[in-house]
Design a binder for this molecule. Structure first.
Ligand code: ACO
Length: 191
């Protein structure tokens, strides 16, 4: 059968239709959107848009979406913008993508990858995926999968020989569906 594009119902988002969609050309983006694989974008319906994080995404629900993952701070636009500059000041290292619901210009999915330069593996690189989150109201509609496909596509195009991540046991089936396999253990020491 022909695959249907991923879409979300506006009613499910509990967000009033107030903001007009902002095209990439009008945004200050974290990285060049051309790095995002076109085939992943094409799988999204016309109502959704996958792009790099923008300097003004605080106002588009970014932290509210991340709050399904962990508690998020109340940042001012200036603090948010400063963190954005910190990421962008490291060339070829930090890539955060967002999925925007065009009807509300609000973020419904988000994920990040950063690139680690190694001395081993013939000066290889490893992509580390972090902070994957999809708005509770639209989970289960392949948006998480699309975020992971975009990030692993970026990882491959940046020459990484592998992409890794940490997750809880209950998310293992999701990452298996995304083509990952369980390897080794995570160790943590909190400060
Ligand atoms: N158990 C079993 N299968 C799952 C699960 C699960 N917990 N979650 C998703 N899947 C399956 C889906 O059914 C789907 O399978 P299908 O292709 O057979 O239909 C496939 O995985 C893809 O799922 P999506 O619809 O893309 O998942 P979704 O958009 O809901 O995103 C995510 C998954 C990101 C885990 C989302 O549920 C979420 O935001 N959860 C809360 C935050 C979280 O736990 N984030 C991940 C933390 S780990 C990290 O950040 C590295």
């Amino acid at each position: 059968s022909i695959p249907t594009p991923d879409t979300v119902d506006l009613e499910d988002l509990n967000i009033e239709e107030t903001m007009a969609f902002t095209p990439d050309a009008q945004l200050d983006l974290l990285f060049d959107p051309k790095i995002i694989p076109a085939d992943v974008k094409a799988k999204l319906g016309d109502d959704l848009h996958l792009r790099p994080l923008a300097r003004t995404d605080l106002q588009r629900n970014h932290l509210a979406v991340l709050s399904v993952l962990t508690s998020t701070p109340n940042l001012t636009p200036a603090q948010y913008s400063q963190a954005f500059d910190t990421l962008r000041s490291c060339p070829n290292t930090y890539y955060t993508v967002v999925i925007v619901a065009k009807a509300t210009d609000s973020i419904v999915g988000v994920g990040s990858i950063f690139m680690e330069q190694k001395f081993t593996r013939n000066l290889g690189r490893v992509g580390h995926i972090e902070d994957i989150a999809v708005d509770k109201n639209v989970q289960g509609r392949k948006l998480g999968l699309r975020v992971i496909e975009a990030l692993t596509g970026i990882s491959e195009s940046m020459g990484c020989y592998k992409t890794i991540l940490n997750c809880s046991d209950h998310n293992i089936p999701f990452y298996e569906k995304c083509g990952f396999e369980k390897k080794e253990n995570e160790m943590a020491r909190y400060h």
